[in-house]
Design a protein around this ligand. Structure first.
Ligand code: ADP
Ligand code: MG
Length: 636
């Protein structure tokens, strides 16, 4: 080995820069954070050349002329003095690393003037060397121009992505800054095009600027608090969920952060109404006392740890559940609030959400609960195991949907329901539609309508004196089959169905490791899974209720859940049950008889099914007569 050298400052800074500034977006992040920390009320960001030129101008407190050089020294910060300050950091920066790091990999010019000074100063540094330090006239605040970024770091330069991708990343970063600092006016201009401009007039205005002008239509405002802590922000309505997680912003005490537990928790709070592979978009703010959060976990300060994770989860569940319940009273989509005591498997996440003692990783395992606590009617539910509901409209020999369909020849839906003479129905029917959406009961609504045909062999059409309701036959049937399957699984958790031929499948090495580490859980649900040689597996039995399941879909669901770290009995079963229900449900564009249509409608009301299919699509939609009249200009 060679002799040990103490590295020179320049080399050291360059190495440190690797951690702090690995791409243009991280330069923007550091500079904007400095501007926010300076108390600026206005921050303008200009980006050119895929982020190799970055200008950030603020109107904050400025830097004293004599401090200009110091600001660029490693570990030079005005934000903390000693160890004790570390426990209650209220600024975004505090490590004193950003400016020296940036200056070691770029040409930097910083111009600044404090309000109390008559003149300002400018310092120009290139690759760590001071080129210029002059007194200049300048507006109050600080302007930093970074150019030729990474010009002296060929390795970094090589890894820069296209100008568009780098700018895209900067844009989503700025979007988050706008939300997090909604009292600061922030603008982003790239290549002379203005991407964002907020005016610093509060959260709603910032949401408007950052999430788009439809924010109020597409998102729900949520809020919940306990003394000392609060959770609030915007979460997308089910119909406006996204196909990936990049529309999720979590802001803790004013700082944009990442926290796997929390984002998983939020997803879980609403997954039951989301379609598969759909994710909520959100900008959620969590404010807790500074000593209840550890922001010091990650060098670039994006990750945080909460001291009282359970408490935060409880607040989130409350805020999100309340918003879901509110959505249910919106005029166009017919749905309902899920009663807290509803014990169906399909709503497991909501119930778990109410239980703060369960950590994110444990939710899945807790999915066992529904199997045990929903067995009051063991016999009744069991019968649905034997005839599980596959085909309402295409009865097969051994499986029938339920009570005889053909014998019921009623004319209208109301008559069908009356025939059954169940007290519960009458209580449904006697309700009168109230004009206030809040008091409205969707099932009463549906049951007081007259079935009057179908559209496109897909949507059942119901009419009353002042509106029509459209019901998606596939989605509605799917929801019922799903609920039945859930019951069947709950009642007969150990009943398995051997496959005629084992299903053999291969996975990757890392997937195999994951499967092996969860083998006993997978088996305990009723999937007999054996590892063969290498990364091949044999599946030889499945839970009885899932005997028709799509096996390859099951395998991909299972591996995906395992990879996401969200594997658990409940999650796996939920996906499998959804799949099965979807496969077995009457399809759209299928000509069902009027009687079957009426029965379907009757069941919706009688069973008070959740008016979203298991994938989260709405089952019923209403159109007001007045709306139709407007189309024809009968009214304006
Ligand atoms: P840190 O933000 O961790 O303190 P930096 O290297 O980012 O470290 O900045 C060093 C110091 O320079 C800051 O502590 C602050 O005093 C000063 N500074 C940097 N940018 C600004 C700015 N835009 N306005 C006022 N002061 C600034
Ligand atoms: Mg800083």
């Amino acid at each position: 080995m060679s002799k040990i050298n103490v590295l020179g400052q320049e080399v050291f800074n360059r190495i440190a820069a690797g951690e702090v500034v690995d791409k243009p977006a991280s330069v923007v992040k550091e500079l904007v954070e400095n501007s926010v920390d300076s108390g600026a009320t206005s921050i303008d960001i200009t980006v050119k050349d895929g982020g190799r030129y970055i200008k950030v101008a603020d109107n904050g407190c400025g830097i004293e002329y004599s401090d200009l050089k110091t600001a660029f020294m490693p570990h030079a910060t005005s934000k903390i003095k000693d160890l004790s300050d570390l426990d209650a950091i209220s600024t975004l920066g505090f490590r004193g690393e950003a400016l020296p790091s940036i200056a070691s990999v770029a040409h930097v010019s910083l111009t600044s003037r404090r309000k109390e000074d008559e003149t300002g100063g400018r310092i120009v540094i290139e690759n760590g060397k001071v080129l210029e330090e002059t007194v200049v006239g300048a507006p109050c605040g600080t302007t930093v121009i970074v150019s030729d970024l990474f010009a002296n770091v060929p390795a970094r330069l090589k890894f820069l992505r296209s100008a568009r991708s780098e700018e895209g990343e900067i844009a989503s970063l700025v979007q988050r800054f706008i939300l997090a600092n909604h009292n600061v006016a922030i603008s982003l201009t790239t290549e002379d095009k203005e991407i964002y401009r907020s005016e610093g007039k509060g959260l709603e205005e910032a949401a408007f600027a950052a999430l788009g002008e439809n924010v109020l239509k597409e998102y729900d405002y949520i809020h919940a608090s306990v003394p000392g802590s609060e959770v609030y922000g915007y979460i997308s309505k089910p119909a406006f969920s996204k196909h990936n997680r990049s529309y999720q912003t979590l802001i803790v005490n004013g700082r944009y952060v990442v926290n796997g537990d929390i984002s998983f928790w939020i997803y879980n709070c609403c997954s039951h109404i989301l379609m598969k592979r759909q994710y909520p978009a959100y900008a959620i703010f969590i404010n807790v006392p500074p000593d209840m959060v550890d922001i010091n976990v990650h060098p670039s300060k994006m990750e945080v740890k909460f001291i009282d994770l359970g408490g935060i989860k409880r607040l989130l569940s409350k805020a999100i559940n309340e918003s879901l319940a509110r959505t249910s009273s919106e005029p166009k989509l017919i749905e309902r609030e899920i009663p807290a005591d509803e014990k169906t498997f399909g709503t497991d996440t909501l119930r778990f959400a109410a239980d703060d003692s369960i950590g994110a990783g444990e939710i899945a395992l807790a999915g066992e609960t529904p199997f045990t606590d929903v067995r009051e009617n063991a016999d009744e539910t069991k019968s649905s195991v034997v005839m599980p509901v596959r085909s309402m409209f295409v009865p097969t020999s051994e499986r029938e949907y339920r009570a005889p369909l053909k014998n019921e020849q009623s004319q209208t839906f109301a008559e069908v329901t009356r025939e059954k003479e169940k007290p519960s129905q009458y209580s449904l029917l006697k309700d009168i539609l109230s004009d206030t959406e809040k008091e409205r009961d969707s099932y009463t609504d549906i049951s007081r309508h007259r079935y009057c045909g179908k559209l496109f062999n897909t949507y059942l059409l119901l009419e009353s004196h002042d509106e029509v309701i459209l019901i998606d036959q596939h989605a509605a049937h799917e929801r019922m089959l799903y609920d039945d399957l859930v019951k069947a699984v709950e009642a007969g958790r150990n009943t398995v169905q051997d496959l005629l031929l084992p299903y053999i499948f291969d996975v990757s090495y890392s997937e195999a490791e994951l499967i092996d580490s969860h083998l006993s859980e997978i088996r305990s649900i009723g999937f007999t899974l054996e590892r063969l040689s290498g990364n091949s597996y044999s599946l030889s039995s499945v839970p009885l209720a899932l005997s028709d399941m799509d096996l390859s879909g099951f395998v991909s669901d299972m591996t995906e859940l395992l990879k996401r770290g969200s594997f658990g009995k409940s999650a796996l079963l939920k996906n499998s049950l959804m799949q099965s229900a979807c496969k077995a449900a009457i399809k759209g564009e299928t000509d069902i008889t009027d009687d079957d249509a009426k029965l379907l409608i009757r069941d919706i009301c009688e069973r008070r099914i959740e008016l979203f299919c298991p994938h989260g699509r709405p089952i019923a939609v209403r159109i007001k007569k007045t709306e139709i009249e407007k189309w024809f200009k009968r009214i304006v």
